[in-house]
Ligand binder design. Structure first.
Ligand SMILES: CCCCCCCCC/C=C\C=C\C(=O)SCCNC(=O)CCNC(=O)[C@H](O)C(C)(C)COP(=O)(O)OP(=O)(O)OC[C@H]1O[C@@H](n2cnc3c(N)ncnc32)[C@H](O)[C@@H]1OP(=O)(O)O
Ligand SMILES: NC(=O)C1=CN([C@@H]2O[C@H](COP(=O)(O)OP(=O)(O)OC[C@H]3O[C@@H](n4cnc5c(N)ncnc54)[C@H](OP(=O)(O)O)[C@@H]3O)[C@@H](O)[C@H]2O)C=CC1
Length: 331
């Protein structure tokens, strides 16, 4: 009996070593990635009760496009008066009009290059005149592109770190000081990325700056709670936007591999992150501060685990592997 099992195991072991299995272990055959997405359908509706942001003012940097636009739409739908700020006034104005006309709540467009502290100060002046100081601040504006680090010029480095780290700091400090002076509490949210934690090649200025933003927000969560300010961070995984995908995967060549490694089998959607940002910025989350929320369909842990490639081993192949492992005697 034992000999028969061993003989069978030997034959199966030969199969294991075949190139077909090697392909399966290292390629994406076996379990078909992506099919599981049907278990995780994205919902698009605003999650919080309507009116959750009535009488609230929200500033969203980079609110004219992509994820910032989606967050603005959700906050506006929930009753907030929004101010969106970035460099391109025409785009901001178009977005503001579209959202206002859908929600019935005013969205203001204010031009501001967050790299320039004077422009930030003027933007806040404008905001104070329009709406008063905000209850919600979402630091979402960013710049990024993939580039081997040896090809980066000093100005390329400075451009990204100025937008992401200095820009976030200028907006946060300017508003923080005025809010403190006026004894007004607020929720600050920064949008970073999963590689702020791990680092990542080919986006090194962005990784460095986003890590700095996380240190800034965690530090201020500790320091400024006494002024009524909460600071939280959302680290999104891949969510299709023109701004991100055109600069990080310009040919689309990496999209399938990206989806394949996401345990939930799909990209995120702007509406999903907008719901999370709305919750974190709302009074329902008034006890949340200093939190770093990874929102990536499981991509980070999938990338991190050394053995996660074994997802592609089929049940039949596991039988073979198990026999091989059990038959190993000694070291
Ligand atoms: C593996 C597949 C993955 C699939 C997708 C996964 C998605 C996951 C996403 C994760 C994280 C995402 C983070 C993000 O931040 S995405 C948001 C991206 N959005 C934007 O970047 C919008 C705003 N961007 C811009 O306006 C420009 O792209 C900008 C370059 C960042 C700034 O514009 P501007 O101020 O006009 O700057 P210049 O064009 O003057 O350039 C300044 C400097 O930088 C050099 N440079 C510009 N582009 C490149 C490049 N592609 N490669 C190398 N260097 C570049 C430029 O030459 C200038 O330097 P120098 O003066 O020395 O020539
Ligand atoms: N999409 C994704 O998969 C992921 C996105 N993120 C983060 O999400 C956020 C939104 O990105 P996404 O919506 O995808 O990309 P977008 O390119 O659409 O958004 C970036 C926004 O930043 C604004 N911006 C850029 N530079 C400046 C500046 N100097 N001053 C003021 N505003 C500026 C842009 O507006 P303008 O050009 O008018 O200035 C734009 O609206 C970013 O923080 C990004 O790092 C993180 C992980 C994944």
């Amino acid at each position: 009996m034992a000999a028969r099992v061993l003989g069978r195991a030997g034959r199966l072991a030969a199969v294991v070593r075949s190139s077909a299995l090697q392909l399966r272990l290292h390629g994406s055959a076996g379990l078909r990635f992506g099919s599981q997405a049907s278990f995780f359908p994205p919902l698009g509706d605003a999650m919080l009760p309507s009116g959750s942001f009535n009488n609230h003012v929200a500033l969203i940097t980079g609110g004219g496009t992509g994820l910032g636009r989606a967050m603005t739409a959700t906050l506006s739908q929930l009753g907030a008066q929004c101010i969106i700020a970035s460099r391109k006034l025409d785009i901001l104005q178009r977005t503001a009009e579209e959202i206002s006309s859908q929600t019935g709540n005013k969205v203001h467009a204010v031009q501001c290059d967050v790299r320039d502290p004077q422009a930030v100060s003027q933007c806040v002046d404008q905001m104070e005149a329009l709406t008063g100081l905000p209850d919600v601040i979402i630091n979402n504006a960013a710049g990024n592109f993939v580039c081997p680090s040896e090809r980066l010029s000093p100005n390329a480095w400075k451009t990204i770190t100025d937008i992401v780290l200095n820009g976030t700091a200028f907006v946060t400090l300017e508003l923080g000081k005025r809010l403190i002076q006026n004894q007004k509490g607020a929720s600050f949210l920064a949008i970073t990325t999963i590689y702020a934690e791990s680092g990542s090649g080919f986006v090194v200025p962005s990784a460095s700056a986003k890590a700095g933003v996380e240190a800034l927000y965690k530090s201020l969560a500790a320091e400024w709670g006494r002024y009524g300010h909460r600071f939280n961070i959302i680290q999104p995984g891949p969510i299709r936007t023109k701004g991100a995908f055109s600069r990080l995967d310009p040919t689309g060549a990496f999209e399938k591999a990206t989806i394949d490694r996401i345990p939930t089998g799909r990209l995120g959607t702007p509406a999903e992150i907008a719901n999370l940002a709305a919750y974190v910025s709302s009074n329902y989350a008034s006890w949340m501060s200093g939190a770093v929320i990874r929102f990536d369909g499981g991509e980070y842990v999938s990338l991190a685990g050394e053995f996660n490639e074994l997802r592609s081993v089929t049940p039949d192949q596991w039988k073979i592997l198990e026999v091989m492992i059990r038959n190993t005697k000694g070291s």
